[in-house]
Design a protein. Structure first.
Length: 604
């Protein structure tokens, strides 16, 4: 069988699988799978609140034990020896569950890993906050910023509302908890004293104290009115399903913050929040996982787009159903974009909006209702362009220097939302291929200039929401090509040379999540399916003829698409550097379908 026939056969197989997986409402609901954080937090919360859901606790305990490594640790990605914070959270949750105790052999291994890697003192700040809530780690000076930051004038750089929406959702409940020094314990609360390595205050805690004293002098007094303002802000960010901004992680902290504000465990708002998190449970076969935020909109938009790239038209029932589903989820207020999950109605973002607009583009000529929604979405997308020419995820013109005001771990990665190469590239690709804009357009030219200016010396770009330099480079190259930048342009040539230089010996591409944390390209010892698709798609977009590297990459995609190995399960989505990574179960279908379809279209 020749290569063209193999590709066509694979495309038809993927189309068939995707059609079978589509729900009656038009959506696709693949698992948004991350590490143990959400499952561990769910177990702890259910025990802390004495919530009767033993069946769910057993399922989550089983998943945690299934993921534990031989050295007792839990990993966030395959080539990690073990993640300290993830291990501490999973270990604590298993003790809370009551199904294991610290003398069990597997737990002794976890204890040894935690102690050997610095103990509780070296864990991530979000882990320390979780432990502090349950009286397992001290609250004093853990969080150096007073709640009275809410009273700072909005014209000041370090006011609360300059933070990204993601940080506001997580930050505010923790501020309430930290300043109330809230703790809650019961019969399920374990003892973690054996995981402390030192009773002395670390340099980090001393540094936090200095910052606390500084802010205490500069900011308004922490009054009851500030608590009411904080409570009202939380109320304004609660979705219909009861979750805070549709994230499990923020909702966990919100529930504890509400208890700190005086709400009872039996309060309707808390019960509704628990139901909301529980609705994020993905259950299929032997997989039981509390998703941090179901990726329904993202997956449905990408799959609908990929099916249309493969040749399905808007007359196909699966495309019609998906489009109707996406239309209904456009945000109704002034921000006419789309969010990541089905329950997200108040927090649109650029990446999901451009993905949905791409999926709906073919409907605009024949459906006036779609055209109106599409136009308003495009207008919102354009208004979100930063002054530097690029696009971020949630916030426009996020001040980069705000990071210097708050010496908190990972604060820079979440609090500010600067222009990102991956989002800018994907937005350019949409504007070029679906709105027919070129580099002559002033907005597009500014964006092109930003990408060129922010290309690394080696020819790559860092991608904020995927792993990592392969993802950013693919997005930037395909975006630049879509708006008319020549393949002979030095920027494109440097990017192609970089992609060819990092090609693995197996004919594909594979990048470690360590790249995201260290901010430099770090290869995997093997290629992954998704990253190979991204690299090959970038090369296709910038190559007039199919090179041997492209052909070899296509063959590897055909070979690996149906395998159940680390090539598919390795996380290629990024959330928080060093702390949160995602395995999108939809990606094993979306990106092979896109790349193989682009190969046939260009080289047929």
């Amino acid at each position: 069988m020749n290569l063209k026939n193999e590709i066509n056969q694979k495309i038809q197989q993927i189309i068939k699988n995707l059609k079978q997986d589509q729900y009656n409402d038009g959506s696709w609901r693949f698992c948004f799978e991350s590490g143990p954080m959400t499952d561990a937090n769910m177990i702890i919360m259910l025990r802390v609140l004495d919530y009767d859901d033993e069946n769910l606790i057993k399922k989550l305990v089983a998943r945690l034990l299934q993921q534990q490594q031989n050295n007792g640790a839990w990993k966030l990605y395959d080539d990690e020896k073990g993640n300290l914070s993830a291990t501490i959270e999973a270990y604590t949750a298993l003790l809370f569950s009551g199904h294991l105790n610290k003398d069990d052999p597997s737990m002794k291994l976890s204890e040894q890993f935690i102690v050997n890697n610095g103990g509780l003192e070296k864990s991530h700040i979000s882990t320390k906050c979780l432990l502090a809530i349950t009286n397992l780690y001290p609250w004093p000076r853990l969080f150096p910023i007073p709640l009275s930051i809410l009273n700072m004038p909005k014209f000041l750089t370090f006011n609360f509302y300059n933070f990204s929406s993601y940080v506001q959702a997580h930050f505010l409940p923790i501020l309430i908890l930290g300043h109330d020094k809230f703790v809650i314990t019961n019969k399920w609360t374990p003892d973690l004293q054996h995981l402390f390595l030192s009773k002395k205050k670390s340099k980090a805690l001393i540094k936090e104290k200095r910052w606390f004293n500084l802010f205490k002098k500069k900011l308004p007094t922490y009054k009851e009115s500030t608590r009411l303002k904080a409570e009202q802000h939380i109320y304004n960010c609660i979705e219909k399903d009861g979750t805070l901004y549709s994230y499990s992680s923020s909702t966990f902290f919100m529930i504890y913050a509400l208890l700190s504000l005086g709400y009872k465990k039996s309060s309707p708002i808390i019960k509704n929040a628990i139901r909301g998190i529980r609705s994020f449970l993905y259950e299929k076969g032997d997989v039981f996982h509390i998703q941090n935020s179901p990726s329904t909109v993202w997956d449905t938009a990408l799959i609908s787009y990929s099916l249309q790239e493969s040749g399905l038209t808007i007359k196909d029932p699966s495309i019609q159903l998906a489009s109707n589903f996406l239309m209904e989820l456009q945000h109704k207020h002034s921000n006419k974009g789309w969010g990541f999950s089905e329950s997200n109605s108040i927090n649109p973002d650029v990446d999901d909006t451009q993905a949905v607009l791409r999926a709906l583009s073919n409907f605009t000529c024949s459906h006036s209702e779609f055209r109106m929604a599409w136009n308003s979405g495009v207008n919102w997308l354009l208004t979100m362009q930063n002054n530097d020419g690029g696009w971020g995820a949630f916030k426009k013109n996020s001040p980069a220097y705000i990071k210097w005001f708050f010496p908190i771990q990972n604060f820079e990665d979440t609090a500010i939302d600067p222009s990102a190469a991956d989002i800018t590239g994907r937005t350019l690709e949409f504007l070029g291929n679906h709105l027919n804009l070129t580099k002559q357009h002033p907005r597009v030219m500014n964006s092109v200039k930003w990408l060129i200016k922010n290309q690394s010396k080696d020819g790559s770009w860092y991608g904020r929401w995927g792993i990592s330099y392969i993802y950013g480079t693919w997005a930037a190259v395909t975006g630049l090509k879509a708006v008319g930048v020549s393949s002979d342009h030095q920027t494109i040539q440097k990017a192609k040379d970089w992609l060819l230089n990092i090609r693995q010996s197996d004919g594909g591409w594979g990048e470690s999540c360590q790249s995201d944390f260290h901010r430099e390209y770090i290869p995997l010892p093997y290629s992954t399916l998704v990253q190979t698709c991204w690299a090959v798609d970038a090369l296709i977009s910038s190559s007039e003829f199919p090179t041997k590297e492209i052909i070899e990459g296509v063959k590897r995609i055909l070979e690996w698409q149906n395998t159940e190995t680390s090539r598919i399960t390795y996380p290629t989505g990024a959330g928080l550097p060093g702390h949160f990574y995602i395995h999108y179960h939809s990606y094993q279908y979306v990106w092979p379908l896109v790349t193989l379809s682009h190969y046939l279209k260009k080289y047929n």
